[in-house]
Design a binder for this molecule. Structure first.
Ligand SMILES: *Cc1c(COP(=O)(O)O)cnc(C)c1O
Length: 393
């Protein structure tokens, strides 16, 4: 994707560093100040200064992050929340009503499914998980009037399935539904769902966007046409009236992370590619799931709709669950932990960790699967680390 195709005059890295980051007018601070104040003095009753009155309604540090996020996704509006799930919840409340339904991938992030299935279903919003590569089935589900949203996560967590955003956007729109894309794994640097036809982008900024495993957050990003502005008003009202906003320090840390997103993603991608290629065909490994491998069923599509294949690699161990558990506890640099997207490499056993909540459901993950969040360390050290852990089987 060229810079101009991303719908803006500034390039990605320039937006990341400059949008929302104007030099401070009072002291000339190059890094805009972090605003902790919860309340703002008007210039007389009714005369707000730049629209700020109260911290839940608005905060300049959060505004800066939101401008940066909107620009990087090629969108017109962005809203920052206290977590990825809080952002998802705001979308559902803003765009659906009781009696409506979410059509979603059957390999969505476990926490997303738990939110829809345990919380929203109790308030009358149901869900239908299905295989998103079965376009006829997706279209058939969307035929029903109650289906208001199509929810796509690509690449998916942890099976790394790649879904055709442009085709699903057409299918959704033909049936009067909106397409939401969870862009957490790809990040706006690698994939721009709004340009491919999505109506809403959602992120767990806790992952690559924050990038340093030190801040939890989420975001909703919308396009820039009239329809998007209408959706933005609804999401803005949720953010204000429910109040699941990100705090100023969280917004500040997220902005700082975003500035280096491009360079970090380049390194995540190259390290992940090296690891996927090195371990594909290893005697202890049954299958390596990485869209950058030609053997991956979504490779061609990923090459088309992404500018890189990302930093997440899943491996299925030939020795089954026992082997997966042993390897998960035998690495030195890959730290056994939940989450992903930080500079350090992490190892996760989804069956019992991130995806424990979907065990026994249609969304359950294989017991021999390990999910690697490949960090930006020296790749030779990461390869050695995995080799020694597999060697101990
Ligand atoms: C982590 C994650 C979420 C949830 O985000 P939180 O910040 O943990 O609330 C949603 N989607 C995906 C793909 C994730 O990895």
């Amino acid at each position: 994707m060229s810079e101009s195709q991303r719908g803006s005059q500034r390039g990605f890295a320039t937006h990341a560093i400059h949008t929302g980051q104007e030099v401070d007018q009072v002291f000339g601070a190059v890094v805009p100040p972090l605003h902790f104040s919860t309340t703002y003095a008007p210039d007389g009753i009714g005369n707000l200064r730049n629209g700020y009155d109260y911290g839940r309604a608005g905060n300049p540090t959060r505004t800066a992050l939101q401008s940066q996020l909107a620009a990087l996704e090629g969108g017109g509006h962005a809203f920052s929340f206290g977590s990825g799930l809080a952002a998802e919840d705001a979308i559902i409340r803003a765009l659906l009503r009781p009696g409506q339904r979410i059509v979603m991938g059957n390999d969505a992030y476990g926490g997303t499914f738990r939110l829809f299935d345990k919380i929203h279903s109790a308030w009358g919003v149901s869900n239908t998980p299905l295989d998103l590569s079965d376009h006829a089935r997706v279209a058939a589900e969307l035929e029903h009037d109650d289906a208001g949203l199509l929810w796509v996560e690509t690449p998916s967590n942890p099976l790394m399935a790649v879904t055709d955003i442009a085709v699903l956007a057409e299918i959704a729109h033909a049936h009067g539904a909106l397409l939401v894309v969870d862009n957490t794994f790809a990040t706006p640097y690698l994939q721009q769902p709004l340009a491919l036809g999505a109506d809403v982008v959602v992120h767990s900024t806790t992952k690559y966007i924050g990038g340093h495993s030190d801040v939890v957050g989420g975001a909703v990003v919308l396009g820039s046409g009239d329809a998007a502005t209408g959706l933005a008003e609804k999401v803005a009202f949720q953010q204000f009236a429910v109040g699941a906003v990100s705090g100023p320090l969280d917004a500040y840390l997220t902005t700082r992370g975003l500035k280096t997103l491009g360079v970090r993603m380049d390194r995540h991608c190259s390290n992940a590619q090296t690891i996927a290629e090195h371990f594909e065909g290893h005697s202890a490994i049954e299958r390596v799931l990485y869209p950058g491998l030609e053997s991956h069923p979504g490779h061609g599509l990923a090459a088309q709709q992404m500018r890189g294949f990302g930093g997440m690699v899943s491996i299925e161990l030939a020795g089954g669950e026992a082997a997966a558990r042993k390897v998960a506890e035998a690495t030195r640099y890959f730290i056994l932990a939940e989450s992903l997207g930080g500079v350090e490499s992490l190892m996760n056993y989804p069956h019992e960790m991130t995806h424990a909540s979907v065990r026994g459901t249609e969304l359950a993950v294989p017991e021999n699967l390990l999910r690697l969040s490949v960090g930006i360390e020296d790749v030779a050290d990461l390869v050695d680390d995995l080799e020694q852990a597999l060697g101990g089987l």
